[in-house]
Design a protein around this ligand. Structure first.
Ligand code: CA
Length: 193
């Protein structure tokens, strides 16, 4: 009796993740970035969690949207993305079989983020005088960022934070913390531009 053993190849498993270039250890499958310069933001793509049960050597290819050509074939890729929403697909191959994994990256302008913060101010229970002051600071910040006057925009956000700390924090510390943190995220992104 002859027994012939035919090697069976199992497909690899693709696992993609992305992080901000300014925070390159905090990986996620749905990355949100702020383009501190109004134009683009850096991201790190990582394929190292991909695996193959046969321990085959894996190759990688990263595709944006429906593009037929990969923009990178590295396991670890540094990229720059302009403002917009993207789907990024990792295709990993063991030479015979392939697998894919798709993640999303969204890049907002500072003004986009300021508008989201303004919606949170609108939704919060604040005294009318405080709400009007905070919205005016955000409006001024948005205009300044749109004109690329980044220092003025940051200054308006700092005035926003000061008012939140002095008028909102004493009665509603939870809301104050959220508003403060959101403003700080924008300040950090703009300061790192
Ligand atoms: Ca395999």
């Amino acid at each position: 009796m002859n027994i012939t053993v035919t090697p069976v190849n199992d497909a690899p498993v693709a696992v993609a993740k992305a992080a901000s270039a300014s925070d390159p250890t905090n990986f996620t499958r749905n990355l949100v970035l702020i383009a501190g310069n109004n134009q683009n933001a850096g991201a790190v793509l990582e394929a190292c969690d991909s695996s193959d049960i046969d321990n085959s050597i894996l190759s990688y290819a990263w595709y944006q949207g429906a593009n037929a050509m990969p923009f990178s074939t590295a396991a670890h890729a540094n990229i720059s993305l302009s403002v917009g929403s993207y789907t990024v697909t990792l295709v990993t191959s063991d030479g015979i079989a392939t697998a894919s994994d798709t993640i999303t990256v969204t890049v907002f302008t500072p003004c986009d983020c300021v508008k989201e913060l303004a919606a949170k101010v609108q939704a919060a229970r604040l005294k009318a005088t405080d709400r009007d002051y905070l919205l005016a600071r955000l409006d001024a910040a948005c205009s300044a960022f749109a004109k690329r006057d980044f220092n003025k925009g940051v200054h308006q956000l700092e005035l926003f934070q000061t008012r939140v700390d002095s008028k909102v924090a004493p009665t509603d510390p939870a809301t104050a913390q959220v508003l403060d943190a959101e403003a700080q995220k924008i300040i950090n992104a703009v300061s790192a531009r």
